[in-house]
Design a protein around this ligand. Structure first.
Ligand code: SAH
Ligand code: SF4
Length: 394
């Protein structure tokens, strides 16, 4: 019998699951030998300065207009930040010196500090960032053999959705990340790229529930996709959600072409209520209804994520129920073997039961893949962040 989340032993080390785990030795993760990238020398109390990454394109243009500067100046700043990876205003040499000084006097470029940078032997790199208020978040760079560089970013400090198996949700949500803090993860990850590499994909699959912080996530993704910022195609951006119907509908109405991944984990409400506390107020029917609408309005096939937990949701009967639920939907099912989280009672299924589960889905006509992840050790390290995989159909 699996313990419910409320019965799991409370352990102070969970309060900052990412932070603590990152500061402990992790098998397969050696402290990185390369430079941890530019750190800000400014003390954290500089937080009261405006963050330049927090500015929308319109706000930055208005700032320049107030100083009788042409609108293209804002684009120049964005290009320096996102394309040319400038780490200080003084490096933006095609801006007049006085203007660079003014920018530096009024805006802060970095609000985070790199607390830890670890590199896995498979090329994945994991950054632990300290935020200006002392909170900590994690983001990961994932490389694959197709030269894809995927940024996996966080949307909140902690998470309020209460999934029983997830390290992030254990102590609930602390706060939403500001848009600038989300963008900054992309820039920090970009700093660890080689000169010939560029970010090709973004997955919002780190800490937190992105649809519970949708305004800020959308503001950040607008910069990720803007041609004069990171310029990543919206179709290469994935938002992973526990399934908040109002947020999914909002995304559908915006028709912004982001790829939607819904974390389902169970085919009936009794089991999903146990595994995903948030489901108790939502219900699977409402989640699927909103996801169907997303497909109808955007034409983008929805991915369903299903974390396989040994003897909890990985039996052939569970697979048959999933077939009954999803058959006929133009969906892809990502099966994710569980990465154990210390102190939680869930286990990774055996290869045999995983194979039986996939076979049952395939025989039922579902399009299912098991995510064998190159970034496996990162998952093991934080119990949360995971690789989107090579064949994400994007
Ligand atoms: N809150 C969002 C996005 C962050 S979680 C969501 O739930 O979709 C990203 C994915 O990682 C989810 O599918 C989640 O179920 C999965 N996940 C969380 N903890 C995990 C673990 N220990 N092992 C494997 N997958 C995990
Ligand atoms: Fe939150 Fe996602 Fe973890 Fe659930 S799996 S607690 S929604 S981060």
């Amino acid at each position: 019998m699996v313990q419910e989340r409320g019965q799991a032993p409370r352990d102070p080390k969970f309060s900052w699951a990412f932070a603590v785990i990152c500061s402990e030795p992790v098998p397969g993760f050696e402290p990185c030998r390369i430079s941890p990238g530019p750190k800000t020398d400014q003390p954290l109390e500089y937080v009261d300065m405006l963050s330049v990454l927090q500015q929308t394109p319109d706000q930055l243009t208005a700032w320049f207009a107030e100083r009788s500067q042409p609108a293209y100046r804002a684009g120049q700043v964005r290009r320096w930040l996102f394309e040319r990876r400038a780490d200080a205003f003084e490096r933006m040499t095609d801006l007049p010196l006085a203007l660079r000084d003014q920018l530096a006097a009024e805006f802060r470029l970095w609000t985070t500090q790199v607390a830890t940078l670890r590199r896995s032997d498979d090329g994945s790199e994991k950054l632990l960032l300290s935020l200006a208020d002392g909170e900590r978040i994690e983001c990961v760079l994932l490389r694959d053999d197709r030269q894809h560089c995927t940024a996996c970013i966080s949307s909140q400090v902690g998470c309020g959705m209460g999934c029983a198996f997830c390290a992030t949700g254990i102590d609930g949500v602390v706060r939403n990340l500001a848009a600038g803090e989300i963008v900054e993860q992309l820039l920090r990850l970009q700093q660890v790229l080689g000169p010939d590499e560029r970010l090709s994909h973004v997955v919002v699959m780190g800490m937190g529930e992105p649809l519970a912080n949708l305004d800020h996530v959308l503001q950040a993704l607008a910069l990720a996709t803007a041609p004069d910022a990171l310029g990543i195609s919206a179709r290469r951006v994935t938002i992973s959600t526990v399934g908040l119907p109002a947020g999914i509908r909002r995304l559908a109405d915006l028709n912004c072409q982001y790829h939607l991944a819904v974390s389902l984990h169970a085919a009936d409400d009794a089991l999903r209520d146990r595994l995903v506390t948030a489901n108790r107020k939502i219900g699977i029917a409402a989640v699927l209804g909103a996801a169907d609408e997303y497909f109808e309005k955007t034409g983008r096939r929805v991915t369903y994520e299903y974390v396989l937990l040994a003897d909890v949701n990985d039996r052939v009967d569970d697979a048959r129920r999933l077939v009954g639920l999803l058959r006929g939907r133009p969906a892809l099912i990502n099966l994710i073997p569980y990465n154990p989280v210390a102190g939680l009672p869930y286990r990774t299924p055996s290869a045999g039961s995983t194979a039986r589960f996939v076979d049952t889905l395939s025989q039922g006509g579902l399009n299912a893949v098991v995510r064998h992840r190159k970034g496996n050790r990162i998952d093991a390290a934080c119990g949360q962040l995971r690789r989107w995989g090579r064949d994400s159909r994007q």
